[in-house]
Ligand binder design. Structure first.
Ligand SMILES: *[C@@H]1O[C@H](CO)[C@@H](O)[C@H](O)[C@H]1NC(C)=O
Ligand SMILES: *[C@@H]1O[C@H](CO)[C@@H](O)[C@H](O)[C@H]1NC(C)=O
Ligand SMILES: *[C@@H]1O[C@H](CO)[C@@H](O)[C@H](O)[C@H]1NC(C)=O
Length: 972
């Protein structure tokens, strides 16, 4: 399943806590949320009858389930949720036939969503070794949201009539909304499915159609029995859809769409045929069903769902117009191949429990890239993996919380919660690490054996690790390694740790040893078995990514170079973690880093591009957290970037450069540093943007380059964005951007309005009055203007948006101050102006209900040298509020609060520690630049003190602001 990208996870957790509190006090007795093991299903005959073709949402079901008794019990417990009119008949199956068991009844357990069948008198009604047939009749209502059996409608373009369509989403716990079942992945069973529906419609399901019987204006479609599958993979769709098909190696694949969209499925059909064959070959295991359908639905939970034999997609992720751009095509291919990979990882072998969700999602994520890369080698899919999956798995900021990959959960909401970045992206990174460390062939053979051994069944992580171990012990090289019998330990250190390690590599240049030390990025006491390999000056071979040694799970570990069989002299470099296939960060001692910097400067192409990227990924947090030991080495590393053409590396380095820009803002090094960065980025900017002609680059990956270039005032960039912004704002020529619409448009406009002349600024303001205030165009422009570097324009902008004299009601809006804070954080030039603005408007601002909170946040950014000014302003505001009796139950942040200036500490420490060294380094590096000031910047600074008043412009800015804030939210 590909889940919708959103902040849902946070919500889920809140809801869960609540649910747990409630469930503690309810229910007839304390029950586990897990099904008991005393009984298990053998066979389901499921018959669903629906009139959805008439828009009728009520459906009825007959779930006839054969059940075996493992252990005598007084009850049979199944899941059922929101099912009504339940009638149950239980028969004991005997050699001669069956006999009805009477005196049974049932109870519904609402919190656990259990349907419990038990005797009216409490006794062991179900005997060990016996089999029973439960015939359960019920009704239920289709939902509009994609969970369980849900519906959607289309306008048929030929007849102008509304057509209703129904589809299913069972993962992870929605099967119980459609039929009573053992709704846990561990209870696999065969399913024989039958659907009665209107004769204008047809039905498809996991298996091919066996027969269709017509009766009146209804039809009953029966399907062949499935192999054993988990309930979360059961699927059917009832629609008037048509299909295109292709059969290869005996497997028929079809794309189902509403009749007029059929042709748009061609690209996906071709890809699906190639991908299934490629996966069969890669793992040596045939796709086990006779067919695989792909259905384009108007509504789907997330982008797609991997139901065995019947993958459902949100239509925009499956169907292609001729004009679809390359980036989107690649993303959609990955989505489809992710679901196809699940046919093996998850469908053929399913997780014993949701603890192992990563064994589904991590493998599907990783191998979707591997296979797509194999099929389309020109598409650079493994680069996309780094950008699209690995970056967020590594990032310090993508988690509000961390947890181990294997993580036990129970409640429905908690189960939803493990479909997160950790299962998908971290899971994929860890799998990638061992795919390389254990060499691809043995690793893949191990995985194939695992799939073969557990096919049609379920498995846990140990089953997987043991399969890998037996394979590695067959391998001539690996079997000789001391760790080859410890694969469980090795793997468990990765699946049961909460975070990822930082490996510090310290060379001892006297006695020729290396000391490795490891710690978790979040300082917890966690240790790993870490696969290490090396490239060196004398052996700069980055191709072989197999493990050279494992660092055992101990804090420090020293090895002699001799034992590692690597040759390095004092001046040589060592790089650990070739192609960054290992999922950890690396830090080096300064001498080694300097040797790497020298290599980058002489010939950077000797170091593999992914390791160049990795060097900056490793360096980034050090810069951001001010943990650098010697700053020169950072600058020596950056220096070679003048020759760096790889867009991915520029993307990686963007955060670090922006951090340095922030740290050097307002110091004597500011303009020198800008000059330095201009020199670095100029050639790449010209290549990607200027030589590319009129259009923005297609990949949507390079707007980081544009942001860096313009924020250091590279003239070509300012010119380029100014032209595009002008075309957009004045001539209303829409920017042709392919991917990631908002982020790119916003970068271009934001950078394009940095230095508007007074005349142009006035022209834009005048125009704003004429244009439709409900339009995206209006929102885009008003939001872009926050980026101006002119103090005067900014003040005018702020007062127009939220000043006292702007005639709209803004005080009731909580967003104003939030937006102010956002501008403060994102536009360094705005900082003095925002203080000035508060000074002028505090009487009006402090009436806002959230003023105190935001004032406190802003206070965090007060630099040392403005402390006195801040205290004066604070006192003025405090006096005023006292006089007016405002916010009396809370107080303004105290003048001596430790929070004041706290956010500036890192920057100030950085400046104390490094500013002089940096200044010296830059002067030495850019002798000709000394004395040259940033003409543009100073021009706009000197114009800062004007005090023009807004003349009723930007009247409805509140509403616009709100939509702007929606965009802000998207960027969080
Ligand atoms: C049922 O058996 C499985 C596998 O042995 C076990 O993991 C699970 O905890 C058991 N469930 C209960 C409720 O005992
Ligand atoms: C329910 O389905 C079972 C199995 O197909 C069938 O034998 C039984 O007659 C059905 N019950 C009803 C009421 O249709
Ligand atoms: C469908 O509706 C559209 C717009 O209302 C109309 O132009 C068209 O003629 C209608 N088609 C049919 C077949 O009724």
């Amino acid at each position: 399943m590909i889940v919708p990208p959103s902040g849902v996870v946070v919500l889920v957790v809140l809801v869960t806590t609540l649910a747990l509190l409630v469930s503690g006090s309810m229910g007839e007795r304390q029950r586990s949320l897990r099904l008991p093991n005393a009984t298990y299903p053998l066979f389901y005959q499921l018959h669903i009858s629906t009139d959805i073709h008439k828009g009728q949402l009520l459906f009825s079901g007959n779930a006839t389930i054969d059940v075996a008794i493992r252990q005598s019990t007084n009850e049979i417990v199944l899941h059922a949720k929101n099912l009504s009119d339940i009638e149950i008949t239980v028969r004991r199956l005997t050699d001669e036939g069956s006999e009805i068991v009477d005196d049974l009844t049932h109870t519904l357990h609402p919190t656990a969503a259990f349907l419990i069948i038990h005797a009216t008198e409490n006794y062991m009604a179900f005997e060990e070794g016996q089999q029973y047939r439960l015939e359960i009749l019920y009704t239920a209502i289709m939902a509009s949201r994609p969970a369980g059996l849900y519906y959607m409608d289309y306008m048929d373009e030929e007849t102008n009539r509304t057509v209703y369509v129904a589809a299913t989403q069972c993962e992870p716990t929605y099967g119980r909304l459609i039929f009573p079942c053992y709704d846990e992945p561990g209870f696999k069973s065969n399913f024989s499915i039958k659907i009665t529906h209107g004769s204008s419609h047809s039905a498809i399901s996991n298996m091919p159609v066996k027969e269709v019987l017509s009766h009146g204006d209804l039809k009953t479609t029966s399907f062949y029995t499935t192999p054993p599958i988990s309930t979360y993979l059961v699927a059917f769709v009832i629609s008037d859809f048509e299909s295109i098909s292709e059969t290869y190696r005996g497997i028929t694949q079809s794309i189902y769409t509403s009749p007029t969209s059929k042709e748009k499925g061609q690209v996906a059909l071709k890809n699906a045929v190639r991908t299934v064959a490629a996966l069969e070959d890669y793992f040596g295991i045939s796709y086990p069903l006779p067919k695989l359908d792909h259905v384009a639905l108007k509504k789907n939970y997330g982008a797609a769902m991997e139901n065995w034999g019947l993958i459902t997609y949100k239509d925009v992720n499956l169907l292609k117009n001729v004009s679809s751009d390359t980036h989107k095509r690649k993303l959609d291919t990955i989505t489809q191949n992710h679901e196809i990979a699940h046919q093996w990882f998850g469908n053929l072998v399913s997780p014993e429990w949701w603890t192992y969700t990563w064994m589904n999602e991590g493998f599907a994520t990783y191998f979707s890239y591997v296979i797509t890369d194999l099929i389309n080698p020109d598409d650079k899919m493994m680069d996309m993996f780094i950008n699209h999956e690995a970056e967020s798995a590594y990032s310090y900021n993508s988690f509000f919380d961390v947890r181990p990959l294997s993580h036990y959960v129970e409640g429905e909401q908690d189960i939803m919660g493990v479909f997160d970045i950790i299962s998908y992206k971290r899971g994929a990174c860890v799998i990638k690490m061992f795919h390389h460390a254990f060499r691809q062939k043995p690793f893949v053979r191990g995985i194939s054996h695992f799939l073969e051994k557990y096919r049609y069944s379920v498995a846990n992580e140990l089953n997987l690790f043991d399969a890998l171990q037996s394979e590695l012990q067959e391998d001539e090289y690996f079997s000789q390694q001391p760790w080859s019998s410890r694969i469980r330990e090795i793997m468990l250190s990765w699946t049961h740790s909460e975070w990822l390690p930082i490996v510090m590599v310290t060379r001892n240049y006297e006695n020729n040893t290396i000391t490795f030390s490891q710690r978790s990025v979040h300082m917890k006491d966690e240790l790993w078995w870490i696969p290490i390999n090396f490239a060196t000056t004398k052996s700069p071979n980055f191709a072989d990514t197999q493990v050279d040694m494992f660092m055992p799970p101990q804090p420090r570990y020293t090895v002699a170079l001799e034992d590692l069989k690597i040759q390095v002299s004092g001046k040589d470099w060592i790089i650990v973690n070739k192609q960054h296939t290992g999922f950890y960060l690396v830090r080096y001692d300064t001498d080694n880093l300097m040797a790497i910097a020298r290599q980058l400067q002489t010939n950077h192409s000797v170091i593999h591009p992914i390791n160049r990227l990795g060097l900056f990924r490793d360096l980034g947090p050090l810069i951001e957290h001010n943990e650098i030991e010697q700053v020169e080495v950072v600058f020596e590393m950056l220096k070679y970037l003048e020759f760096e053409e790889d867009v991915l590396i520029w993307n990686q380095v963007q955060d670090s450069i922006e951090c340095l820009i922030r740290n050097l803002h307002g110091t004597s090094s500011q303009s020198l540093f800008n000059e330095f960065v201009r020199r670095l980025i100029g050639p790449t900017f010209r290549r990607v943007y200027v030589e590319n002609g009129v259009n923005l680059p297609e990949d949507g990956m390079s707007h980081g380059i544009l942001e860096i270039a313009c924020s250091v005032d590279l003239p070509e960039c300012l010119e380029y964005t100014r032209r595009l912004a002008k075309e957009y704002i004045i001539d209303k020529i829409y920017l042709r951007v392919e991917a990631d619409y908002h982020a790119v448009i916003d970068s271009v406009l934001c950078m394009g309005v940095r230095y508007l002349s007074d005349q142009d600024f006035q022209r834009v303001i005048d125009m704003m009055q004429e244009i439709d205030r409900g339009s995206v165009y209006y929102d885009d422009i008003i939001y872009a203007l926050r980026c101006t570097q002119s103090h005067r324009h900014l003040l005018y902008y702020l007062e127009g948006l939220m000043g006292e004299n702007s005639t709209h009601m803004v005080l009731s809006e909580l967003e104003d101050l939030m937006y102010l804070l956002y501008i403060y954080k994102s536009n360094l030039a705005s900082r003095p102006i925002i203080w000035q603005y508060i000074e002028r408007n505090y009487k009006f601002l402090c009436r806002a209900p959230n003023f105190l909170e935001h004032f406190k946040q802003l206070a965090g950014f007060v630099p040392r040298h403005q402390r006195l000014q801040f205290e004066r302003l604070r006192q003025t505001i405090a006096d005023h509020m006292m006089q007016e009796g405002l916010n009396t139950n809370q107080t303004l942040i105290a003048a001596d609060s430790p929070l004041v200036g706290k956010k500036m500490k890192i920057t100030e420490n950085f400046q104390d520690k490094f500013e002089q060294q940096i200044h010296k380094w830059l002067l030495n590096e850019l002798p000709q630049a000394s004395g040259r000031s940033d003409a543009l910047l100073s021009a706009s600074l000197s114009a800062a003190n004007g005090s023009s008043r807004p003349q009723g412009v930007l009247k409805e800015a509140t509403r616009v602001l709100r939509s702007a804030l929606r965009i802000v939210d998207m960027y969080r």
